[in-house]
Design a protein around this ligand. Structure first.
Ligand SMILES: [Zn+2]
Length: 323
């Protein structure tokens, strides 16, 4: 699908970026990963849950015909199970072919990845047995960098560079892996820093205000900063790619607007009636239209997500305590 810049297939985005549908939860168009590729090395951005790792590896070796010996780095946008829960397993698998492979990340994400127990317990309440397995990762797997620090990849020309743009808000360790080329932002992987897109036909978004870490103020500040990068192409964790500066900006600005709107909506409804389920029902009834394609989504699953989005907002507003 190419209208409005929307690109949902696995495939080439720019000369150096490949989009991969992880087929998470055995469904297409749920979770995206990316490969940054040069003639000499490759970097995997996000990898999904441990259940998604075999799909990802098969895609890389069979469809893209890239040798696992040439995977240099694995980079998470953030530590959550659906984005990098399978990181430990992916690292183990690739290490068999390239003993030098590293998880390249910030100290914040590394600390979260090494202590996944509480996160998995909380995630299990919303997503049940879909979350796969997260195991602690040995120290030797990591190479630590600072946010915004330049990552020089073998095979890049002198005008290309990669860095992790800090983007806290959805959670505190969130970064956006970003590829610069010729002083322009060629590609920015937004992860969950600019919402999710669940309707494949338009550029409307939903939020990522998951409990317990969502912080409205830092989320908005991060997104305002990301917009200033003026990316030519963006990737979303959920889901796909928006090609072209105009459409990329349209989506990011829409999510900024939605974020403010959703905040006000939850606050107003809470003041009317202090009951999470009622607020969720009000949102589904009055605010969801256009943001999802009802023929393509499991409403029970979606309702669980909306409960989480409302609850995260209520915690950040100070109306609820984290469980
Ligand atoms: Zn997340």
């Amino acid at each position: 699908m190419k209208s409005l810049g929307i690109f949902h297939s696995s495939g080439l985005i720019t000369n150096n970026v490949i989009h991969i549908d992880l087929e998470q939860y055995n469904s297409t168009e749920v979770c995206s990963a990316f490969l940054v590729t040069t003639p000499e090395s490759n970097v995997i951005l996000d990898c999904g849950t441990s259940n998604d790792v075999p799909t990802l590896l098969t895609h890389i070796t069979t469809n893209l015909r890239i040798s696992l010996k040439k995977i240099k780095y694995l980079i998470p946008t953030h530590y959550h199970f659906d984005h990098f829960g399978g990181g430990w397993f992916l690292w183990k698998q690739i290490k068999e072919y390239n003993p030098e492979v590293k998880i390249l990340t910030t100290l914040k994400t590394k600390e979260q990845l090494q202590e996944p127990t509480l996160h998995m317990k909380r995630a299990g309440r919303t997503f049940g047995n879909m979350i796969g397995e997260m195991q602690g990762i040995p120290e030797e797997a990591f190479e630590i960098i600072f946010p915004d620090e330049e990552i020089l990849l073998p095979g890049f020309n002198e005008t290309q560079s990669l860095s992790l743009v800090p983007s806290p808000g959805h959670c505190d360790d969130h970064v956006c892996p970003t590829l610069f080329n010729n002083y322009e932002t060629e590609f920015m992987f937004l992860g969950e820093a600019a919402g999710t897109r669940m309707n494949p036909k338009n550029l409307l978004t939903l939020g990522t205000s998951m409990p317990p870490e969502f912080n409205f103020t830092t989320y908005v500040q991060s997104l305002e900063r990301l917009i200033k990068f003026n990316p030519k192409n963006i990737g979303l964790g959920h889901f796909g790619v928006i090609k072209g500066q105009e459409f990329a900006l349209q989506l990011m600005k829409e999510n900024l607007e939605f974020t403010h709107h959703f905040r006000t909506f939850v606050k107003d409804k809470y003041e009317e009636k202090n009951e999470t389920k009622w607020i969720v029902d009000q949102f589904i009834e009055h605010e969801l239209e256009g943001r999802v394609d009802p023929s393509q989504i499991d409403m029970r699953f979606l309702t669980r997500i909306i409960v989480a989005l409302v609850y995260g907002q209520l915690i950040d507003l100070g109306f609820r305590k984290p469980k």
